[in-house]
Design a protein. Structure first.
Length: 240
């Protein structure tokens, strides 16, 4: 595990290069920090993710990540990547990704607005369907997300629709096929979790159980070897 890092500690009003001004810090994790920023010339809001220096955060890896986001720019579910910067902070250059700022709630927090912190089955299936079709576009491009969980998915409800954005792609060094299967398992796991997890599983309608399959990865992958299978199932299953 990487040792805890000293924060970049950017404060509201600080400049980030001559182009941007910090509005506020919105996130911090093991890899780096995320700031809400304003493009000075236009007043437009953006997100900047600053990466801590580590043996993993090298120029090649950073460039590969930016190219991956760019290759996925037509996928609605991917937060829009804009460009990269190298920013001088303290006494070092820091890699920085600029992307659209998404004004939604992170799924983790969005769930708290539900009674008991869990979604009714029908609504959960809708959300999972949107996620599945969104991830399908990524897999169709032979790519994968790699770290799908409720902390990396943004949700906005508009009319009767959900609008989702995924952030924070990961590459664990597995093969792409394995990574895609891991995405399928993460989606199913998410359905299990947002409907209340183990404590509420027994009472779930058959529609939920036919997908979660007791949260057994071997069964899930046997039934849904790809995200295409899962999407097709969600579109056509019979209600009891
Ligand atoms: N494009 C964005 N728009 C708005 N908020 C963002 C954006 N990207 C990241 N965030 C916020 O920053 C947090 C951490 O971002 P993330 O990329 O997941 O980094 P980490 O490696 O710390 O998990 C997110 O949970 C979210 O609250
Ligand atoms: Mg994250």
């Amino acid at each position: 595990m990487a040792k805890p890092r000293k924060s970049f500690g950017l404060k509201p009003g600080d400049n980030l290069t001559w182009k941007y001004e910090v509005i506020e810090q919105v996130g911090a994790g093991t890899e780096g920090e995320v700031y809400k920023i304003r493009e000075t010339t236009t007043g437009l809001t953006r997100a900047a993710k600053l990466y801590y220096k580590s043996k993993n955060a090298n120029a090649k890896r950073f460039a590969r990540y930016a190219r991956k986001l760019d290759a996925l720019r037509d996928c609605d579910i991917v937060v829009k990547y804009l460009h990269a910067e190298e920013v001088w902070i303290g006494d070092e250059y820091v890699f920085c990704l600029i992307s659209e700022y998404f004004e939604g709630a992170i799924l983790e927090d969005f769930l708290k607005t539900y009674r008991g912190g869990r979604m009714p089955a029908f609504e959960a299936l809708h959300l999972i369907y949107d996620l599945t079709s969104g991830i399908e576009e990524i897999h169709a491009r032979k790519e994968f997300h790699g770290d799908l969980h409720s902390g990396n998915i943004f949700v906005v409800r508009r009319g009767v629709f959900f609008s989702l954005r995924t952030i924070d792609f990961h590459d664990w060094g597995r093969s792409s096929a394995e990574e895609r299967r891991a995405d399928v398992l993460s989606i199913v796991r998410l359905l299990y979790d947002i409907t209340g997890g183990q404590a509420h599983y027994k009472k779930q309608p058959q529609a939920i159980k036919d997908i979660c399959l007791g949260n057994r990865s071997d069964l899930v992958l046997a039934n849904y070897p790809t995200v295409f299978h899962l999407r097709a199932h969600l579109e056509t299953f019979d209600w009891e």
